[in-house]
Design a protein around this ligand. Structure first.
Ligand SMILES: NC(=O)c1ccc[n+]([C@@H]2O[C@H](COP(=O)([O-])OP(=O)(O)OC[C@H]3O[C@@H](n4cnc5c(N)ncnc54)[C@H](OP(=O)(O)O)[C@@H]3O)[C@@H](O)[C@H]2O)c1
Length: 304
């Protein structure tokens, strides 16, 4: 157990910081259930795929190529329905929506897990900063394309991050989607993760009764996500990670809990961390901003 884990107990759900994806889904029979997970090629997405498949779910796995899904599933000894999806390419996301429709039935859960973090230099594609495009816009396009395929009690889970608190003071600015007015790696990541959180909140309001959407902070876990952080930090990760970070099985717990655990049933529009309800920033609770970001994203994807 990490040092942090020693000082953190469990919350009202009975789970907490140190719970793993296996523990939060213990005894849950997912036979006959279908769960779509993005970003299954590595990290939290791969572990989430593994545990859900072990519990009997049909996992529709999304990664940049079908081969990446197959390799990642084989590496952890499970099967997945592979779908290619580059979240930064609208045409690829639209094709993935069609393939998910063709290859899978109703979705009992949909986990928007893929992401990129803290690109040192501003990168823009389709007129949108790459973290905003990948983390938020790509998932918006994917989820809204599959709304009519959600099962009556479907749970949508969107990976946000505590880093949403580092978003610019204005929150999310879709009048400047390319961040031409000023770029910093962490502000851009924070903006994209705030957009993820607001998307889940607004979706929770728009879904029919029975279906839910929640946002998740998974904890701090050493994964490929840190690839842009620079080599000193990467060198330190061997020392720092075991002391101060969650393991990948612990990091995958909150999204697994939100997607399938009986104890999370009925939660809607919440921000979750350590397998419990948590409190986001004020901007993350701003319903007017959530509505505005939804409408602006809708207009943006219509142009892509
Ligand atoms: N790890 C943490 O401490 C932490 C903390 C807070 C939030 N999160 C969130 O947790 C989620 C999972 O991250 P992780 O830690 O598991 O990182 P990871 O191992 O890097 O996994 C992210 C996955 O997203 C995929 N991805 C990136 N860009 C993509 C694109 N354009 N199209 C399709 N797939 C793409 C990556 O595939 P490729 O390798 O092919 O690019 C990778 O498999 C992210 O949303 C992240 O923001 C993580």
């Amino acid at each position: 157990m990490s040092l942090v884990g020693l000082f953190k107990g469990t919350g009202p759900s009975g789970f907490g910081y140190s719970s793993t994806a296996e523990q939060v889904s213990e005894g849950v029979d997912l036979a006959g259930r279908t769960v779509l997970v993005t970003g299954v090629a590595s990290g939290l997405g791969q572990e989430t795929m593994r545990v859900l498949a072990r519990r009997g779910a049909t996992v529709v796995g999304l990664a940049r190529s079908e081969d990446k899904v197959r390799e990642a599933a084989r590496a952890v000894g499970v099967d997945a329905v592979p779908v290619a999806c580059d979240l930064a390419e609208p045409a690829s996301v639209r094709a993935a929506v069609q393939q998910a429709r063709d290859r899978a039935g109703a979705l009992d859960a949909l986990i928007c897990n893929a992401g990129i973090m803290a690109l040192p230099k501003r990168q823009v594609a389709h007129g949108v900063e790459l973290q905003l495009l990948t983390n938020h816009v790509g998932h918006f396009l994917l989820v809204t394309g599959l709304l009519d395929r959600l099962a009556p009690e479907s749970r949508v889970v969107v990976l946000s991050s505590a880093a949403h608190q580092g978003a610019p003071s204005f929150g999310v600015d879709l009048d400047d989607p390319a961040m031409e007015r000023g770029y910093s790696a962490w502000k851009a990541y924070g903006q994209s993760k705030l957009a993820n959180l607001l998307f889940a909140r607004e979706l929770s309001r728009r879904l029919p009764r029975g279906q839910v959407a929640n946002a998740v902070h998974p904890g701090v876990i050493w994964t490929n996500l840190g690839r842009h952080m620079g080599s000193p930090l990467q060198t330190m990760s061997g020392v720092v990670a075991p002391l101060f970070m969650k393991t990948i099985p612990q990091g995958a717990a909150t999204q697994t809990w939100a997607a399938v655990a009986p104890g999370a049933a009925g939660l809607n529009g919440e921000y979750l961390a350590d397998c419990n309800v948590a409190r986001s920033s004020a901007l993350g609770r701003d319903a007017a901003l959530a509505d505005k970001v939804w409408r602006q994203t809708e207009a943006l994807v219509a142009r892509l």
